[in-house]
Design a protein around this ligand. Structure first.
Ligand code: CP
Length: 366
């Protein structure tokens, strides 16, 4: 506490506010401006992103459509500040920006930025906002994106939107958006996402994707969650309290994933997040053998079920399962580019142009 500077103290006051207050703070003129926490994502917003995404992916399939999309934001520039490793989030955001005609700059390693000379992350962010119109960031600190959005809104003469591409072990809201999109599309012939059971498996304690996705369950009717993980990796109390508060049913399975597999409409596998072990090797001492999906398990999985994984994966899903039509994780990964383009279009308020596009679209839409 003694090492806190004046900015740290001011941020601590903001950080202690309720999620509801923060949701309001991250708006501008009543609309989402920064995308920082999953609690910002209500049903209306998710349905809007779903519709924009469906239009956008169809429009992009013709040359005329692609040129139209690139005409929407050629006057905007995005900064991709990824201080933690990433393949999918970085590449899908970069390509989402390019789909909309935006130019991009990047820092993927703080050892090649002026942070190595002692510049603070705060000052780096203010510098990025001097040159660009959007900051998309990933950082190992849990409150990194929240602080960036607060900082730029509070101090910068040129506040630009901040999108959280993963903040420590806490949140990954744009992954939750693409996961919900994938689920909505998968279940569109099965009455939508309402009344479905989602089985989450793996490192639920430190998995920012499962944490962010859990918050979204409040938007759908009669959802049920099953958390399957050894005790050491079980879901944290704050998420369980949120589910209790919103009367969302959940059960906790600590012995084996296998016996709950037949109950699931969606199976969301995750890897062990051992980058948070700080070199202790603690994760390696936990037996996770009963929380891996193998080909022989597939006869226990509903024929209508879908299998998701935010990736990267290790061996928690056998590659032999990949050709099974229930395996949707490769589609899920590609959906990240479309949903992120839809989000950026929404933030810059050009989404109505996408929704109203009446040019050629060769693919029959459902
Ligand atoms: N799902 C996800 O965040 O993947 P990356 O770490 O590769 O970005």
């Amino acid at each position: 506490m003694n090492n806190m500077n004046a900015q740290d103290e001011q941020f601590a006051l903001f950080h202690n506010k309720s999620a509801h207050e923060k949701v309001e703070y991250f708006k501008r003129d009543g609309r989402v401006f920064d995308m920082v926490i999953s609690q910002q994502l209500d049903r209306s917003f998710l349905d809007t992103i779903y519709n924009i995404t469906n239009m956008l992916r169809d429009i992009s399939k013709t040359k005329e459509g692609a040129v139209f999309l690139q005409s929407l934001l050629p006057h905007k520039r995005a900064m991709l500040y990824f201080a933690q490793p990433s393949s999918r989030t970085f590449l899908s955001f970069e390509n989402a920006c390019h789909l909309l005609g935006m130019r991009t700059s990047e820092i993927r390693d703080t050892s090649v930025s002026s942070e190595v000379k002692g510049e603070s992350s705060d000052d780096s962010l203010r510098t990025f906002s001097s040159y660009t119109d959007l900051i998309i960031m990933r950082h190992k600190e849990r409150d990194s994106a929240e602080r960036a959005a607060w900082l730029l809104n509070t101090f910068s003469n040129r506040p630009v939107p901040v999108i959280n591409g993963g903040s420590g072990a806490d949140q990954h809201p744009t992954q939750a958006i693409l996961d919900i999109y994938t689920l909505q599309r998968s279940f569109h012939l099965q009455g939508g996402l309402d009344r479905k059971t989602i089985l989450m498996v793996g490192d639920l304690k430190r998995g920012r994707t499962v944490r962010s996705l859990s918050y979204l369950m409040k938007n759908y009717k009669d959802m049920r969650l099953i958390f399957a993980a050894p005790k050491a990796f079980q879901m944290e109390k704050d998420i369980l309290e949120f589910l209790d508060e919103h009367k969302i049913a959940y059960t906790i399975e600590t012995e084996s994933m296998e016996r709950v597999l037949p109950l699931a409409d969606a199976i969301y596998m995750t890897r062990i997040q051992d980058e948070h072990d700080a070199g202790s090797g603690a994760s390696g001492r936990v037996d996770i053998s009963k929380f891996k999906l193998r080909l022989e398990h597939m006869n226990k999985v509903k024929s209508s079920a879908v299998i998701l994984h935010p990736f990267p994966r290790r061996d928690e899903i056998d590659v032999a399962i990949d050709p099974d039509p229930r395996a949707k994780y490769w589609r899920e990964e590609r959906n990240g580019m479309w949903t992120r383009a839809a989000l950026i279009a929404f933030i810059f308020n050009v989404h109505e142009e996408i929704l109203q596009y009446d040019g050629p679209m060769p693919i029959k839409r459902f």
